[in-house]
Design a protein around this ligand. Structure first.
Ligand code: DC
Length: 221
């Protein structure tokens, strides 16, 4: 296995931005594992949406039909599902509201875990997610876990999406952030929690630049 830097943490703590910048700085690949769960959720919303919810049983039965891949542009992945670039479809409220459910399914997690480990066999990577340090790469020497208050995270997410989604409200996003935290922390398999040897960084009152400097100063290669 090549070198792996694991950046986990709560939704909207800036994990992906940090992972991307650190990957650029080190000339590693950036892999956003949340985008993989979002990709599967997008596919499920399109194909297995019955009676106002994703039919998880049908999703599980068809998991091998999902050809999830990615191509790399500027050292960052673009998710490709069944040969279609779905990257632009992955960050919206509908996906936010359904992704925790999809990510709680053990069959989906083991399907993606295999893919995540395969990538690290061939590339030095910075991977961000929820269980990258705790489950996917427990032997990595470089594990970070980012936290911030729900209110600050909701505000960041709101600022990110309000240009595209005029109907988004801060209170709805805060509610979604809290619901997603609960789903991510309470699932039975790979719940969101720091690995015992992860370095915890509270990003609530730190600029992106300061978080970046802090992570870089702690990385041991
Ligand atoms: O980081 P994100 O918000 O794009 O992640 C989307 C969802 O995917 C999140 O609610 C939890 C799930 N996820 C996970 O369970 N394990 C990972 N390694 C990455 C994401």
């Amino acid at each position: 296995m090549k070198k792996v830097i694991a950046i986990d943490g709560y939704a909207a703590t800036g994990k992906s931005t940090q992972a991307k910048n650190i990957a650029k700085h080190l000339n590693f690949l950036h892999i956003d594992s949340g985008a993989m769960y979002r990709g599967i959720t997008y596919f499920a919303l399109k194909n297995f949406w019955f009676k106002n919810q994703i039919n998880i049983e049908v999703l599980k039965d068809n998991i091998e039909e999902i050809d999830i891949n990615f191509s790399i542009i500027n050292q960052t992945q673009i998710i490709i599902i069944n040969k279609i670039n779905v990257e632009k479809e992955l960050r919206n409220i509908k996906i936010d509201q359904n992704v925790s459910l999809v990510a709680s399914v053990p069959e989906i997690r083991s399907f993606l875990l295999k893919k995540q480990r395969q990538i690290a066999n061939k590339n030095n990577i910075v991977m961000d997610g929820r269980d990258i340090g705790s489950v996917v790469f427990p032997d990595s020497k470089n594990k970070f876990f980012l936290i911030a208050s729900p209110e600050i995270r909701a505000r960041r997410r709101y600022d990110q999406i309000k240009t595209d989604n005029k109907s988004a409200t801060l209170s709805q996003i805060l509610k979604d952030v809290k619901t997603r935290d609960k789903g991510d922390m309470s699932r039975q398999i790979s719940p969101l929690k720091p690995a015992s040897d992860a370095k915890i960084i509270d990003t609530s009152y730190l600029s992106k630049e300061l978080v970046f400097d802090k992570i870089i100063s702690l990385i041991e290669l």
